[in-house]
Design a protein around this ligand. Structure first.
Ligand SMILES: [Zn+2]
Ligand SMILES: [Zn+2]
Length: 129
């Protein structure tokens, strides 16, 4: 009796190549939509993030990009062009701006920091947000 049992061999599984083994592992499963307060669930591959409805980008309101105000108001009554000096809002370094008649908006950053990326970089390297 035991002899017969011994003869039963388990079928040898052929080893799958690594890449197919990896892809077949990714089975669809029940997911929760990651969009804000959406409670929808959906069946998809694990990398999916949004439910059927939010999968379409047009149904997801765009995140508002808050544009930093890079200008400041400088009301004046000068009739000619003059140059004033002020401190950069980012690095505090003094820089010069030309004041024009009938113009009130002027950059509040020095030439180095009129670029948003450079301001970010400066704040990062100086431990500010
Ligand atoms: Zn959703
Ligand atoms: Zn600056």
């Amino acid at each position: 009796m035991s002899e017969k049992q011994k003869q039963v061999e388990l079928p040898v599984k052929e080893k799958e190549p690594y890449f197919t083994a990896k892809t077949t592992k990714k089975k669809s499963r029940l997911m929760k939509c990651t969009y804000n307060e959406c409670v929808n669930t959906f069946v998809a591959f694990p990398h999916a993030r949004f439910c059927e409805y939010h999968k379409d980008p047009s149904t997801r309101p765009k995140e508002k990009v808050v544009e930093e105000n890079t200008m400041f108001k400088f009301p004046h009554k000068f009739s000619g062009r003059i140059t004033i000096e002020r401190a950069c809002n980012c690095c505090g370094k003094p820089y010069q701006i030309e004041i024009y008649p009938e113009r009130e908006d002027y950059p509040c950053y020095c030439k180095d920091h009129q670029n948003e990326w450079k301001r970010k970089h400066w704040r990062m390297t100086h431990g500010e947000k």
